[in-house]
Design a protein around this ligand. Structure first.
Ligand code: 3PY
Ligand code: MG
Length: 262
């Protein structure tokens, strides 16, 4: 069994459901945990969070049973190291193009023998006191850490799509996260998710993951589309994001109240 619940769900073919989190604070993260979702992606690509806030959001997610993943902006030593050390159980990186960038991501995020992540027993490892981190040998600690952290870059550029079979097969890449908005835009068919061309691109990524035995996640904007992806066999779907759901819920509430006054 893996130390990462999402990896266990993948092994058991249980589709995981999560969401992006880019606006809220620690209390909102706790509230989100009560929804019963499986994972949350703390969005440091688009969200305004500094490192301390990201770490506290990870704590709040853990407290309420959400697997905390972090999307960072690029393959940057400091960003990767901080997310991993603070306790992210998944690292998602957008818009990568060239195969060497994917390899460098693994190099920075995974301990030896998969990569060359710098040694620390940080907050994510309970400062060395977590059962899985308090090991007799460093090798065992490295193995556990590598298992616990899912490295899942996004496929959302033409170059990544063209090389997706090679990318998915890289040891230490645990999965691929399709970014439908950016991928369709890169293909010159922005938001046209219904076009055969786009569906073929999705299929290519999905099959590359299957061939390499890797996890395949995607993003959707509705419950209907999320369920459809999961029925198709996707291993996980991030549905919408916190501030959209928040706004929609209050808009619906307000409209409901006003309509009862007519
Ligand atoms: C995209 O659709 O481009 C994404 O990155 C999903 O969040
Ligand atoms: Mg994107």
């Amino acid at each position: 069994m893996s130390l990462n619940r999402l990896r266990n769900m993948f092994e058991k073919k249980e589709g995981a459901v999560g969401t992006f989190f880019s606006g809220g604070n620690m209390s909102f993260m706790e509230c989100l945990g009560f929804s019963g979702l499986d994972f949350v992606i703390i969005d440091c690509e688009h969200g305004p969070f500094d490192t301390e806030t990201m770490m506290d959001l990870i704590r709040a997610a853990e407290l309420r049973g959400l697997v905390p993943m972090v999307r960072i902006a690029n393959v940057d030593h400091k960003e990767i190291q901080r997310a991993a050390d603070c306790g992210a159980q998944g690292i998602i990186v957008p818009c990568l193009r060239d195969v060497p960038d994917f390899r460098r991501l693994v190099d920075l995020a995974k301990f030896t023998p998969l990569g060359n992540r710098g040694f620390i027993k940080g907050r994510g490892a309970g400062f060395g006191c977590a059962d899985w981190a308090d090991t007799k040998s460093l090798e065992e600690y490295f193995e556990n850490s590598n298992d616990r952290l899912i490295v899942m870059p996004q496929c959302e550029t033409r170059e990544a799509l063209e090389n997706i079979e090679e990318i998915a097969a890289i040891p230490g890449i645990d999965g691929i996260f399709i970014g439908p908005f950016d991928l369709s835009t890169a293909m010159g068919i922005a938001g046209r998710f219904d076009l055969p061309e786009f569906k073929a691109a999705e299929k290519r990524v999905f099959e590359a993951c299957r061939a390499a035995g890797k996890i395949c996640y995607t993003f959707s904007t509705s419950a209907e589309k999320t369920a459809a992806y999961l029925k198709e066999g996707y291993d996980g779907v991030a549905c919408s994001q916190d501030y959209i759901i928040f706004t929609e819920a209050y808009r619906a509430l307000n409209a409901d109240i006003r309509s009862r006054l007519k």
